[in-house]
Design a protein around this ligand. Structure first.
Ligand code: PEP
Length: 273
């Protein structure tokens, strides 16, 4: 019997269009100090203009730094955009296909696939965001929507002659739960994580069971437990609450419990998640 992979537990902070270079370093350092829990991969994604100051503040802290976006092309006449090569030394992770960009910038799965390709070329670990609109869920189309997003992304990667990035992380973020205070049910998010891995497997991923799937959508220190109680989920992409030190402390502390449970299972010590 093949043992199922022990996946890492990841808490990623998406600061969105908040903070300034004057304040971001201090906030990042405070979050790093309050979340120093063994076994949890922590990632902070500040605005582009704060990457350098956050990088200095987090040096030696073990917290990784991510960009919130990257352009789909290598370089060229794209005023105001940021290419993957420009992130060298500034970020090692990158959010791709966030629903706010799909909504506001009209990003589609074709562009998302090209962004994944740029991440792979430049050593950025991608957090690929997928998720349905409220109307999709109400019409019973939530799973079909997420499956289609993944299939179209993989199809474009294939057309470009590229495989799925080996270090891919997927964030399941129901659009109706982002920034609204509403959350999905843990069981629904878990079902979606299963669907995501199944779809990746069918689309050619050699190790879909090893792909971390995060939940995102109004996660707080009070709601994280419902998601991390689900073995299919491996952490969270946190927006609003990630700007609050106490919230991040609570979220990462809960994630540390899951990480410790997985560690015990992975080392043959038994125990649940
Ligand atoms: C996000 O930005 O990905 C997010 C999930 O935001 P929030 O936690 O504020 O809903």
């Amino acid at each position: 019997m093949t043992a199922s992979p022990v996946r890492p537990v990841i808490i990623a902070a998406n600061w969105k269009m908040n903070t300034t270079p004057a304040g971001a370093g201090g906030l990042a350092a405070d979050i790093a100090a309050a979340t120093n829990i063994p076994g949890v991969i922590r990632v902070i994604c500040p605005p582009f203009v704060c990457l350098e100051v956050v990088g200095r503040a987090l040096a030696g802290s073990g917290v990784a730094i991510g960009a919130q976006n990257v352009h789909a092309e290598q370089a060229g006449a794209y005023t105001g955009e940021i290419a993957a090569a420009m992130l060298a030394g500034l970020a090692s992770w990158c959010i791709v296909g966030h629903s706010e960009r799909r909504r506001d910038q009209g990003e589609d799965d074709i562009q998302v696939a090209r962004k994944l390709a740029r991440c792979a070329e430049h050593g950025l670990r991608p957090i690929l965001c997928v998720g349905e609109q409220l109307a999709d869920r109400q019409a019973g189309r939530a799973e079909a929507t997420v499956r289609r997003q993944l299939e179209q992304t993989v199809a474009e990667l294939r057309r470009l002659g590229q495989a799925l990035p080996a270090d891919l992380v997927v964030a399941y973020e129901p659009v109706w739960a982002i920034g609204t205070g509403l959350t999905a049910r843990g069981s629904d998010a878990s079902a979606m994580a299963r669907l995501i891995r199944k779809t990746l497997g069918a689309a050619g991923s050699a190790t879909p069971g090893a792909v971390p799937v995060l939940y995102g959508g109004s996660v707080t220190s009070s709601t994280i437990g419902e998601f991390l109680a689900e073995p299919e989920l491996d952490g969270a992409l946190v927006g609003g609450a990630s700007l609050k030190v106490e919230e991040m402390a609570g979220i990462v502390a809960r994630a540390g419990m899951t990480a410790a449970g997985r560690d015990a299972v992975g080392s043959g010590g038994g125990g649940g998640r």
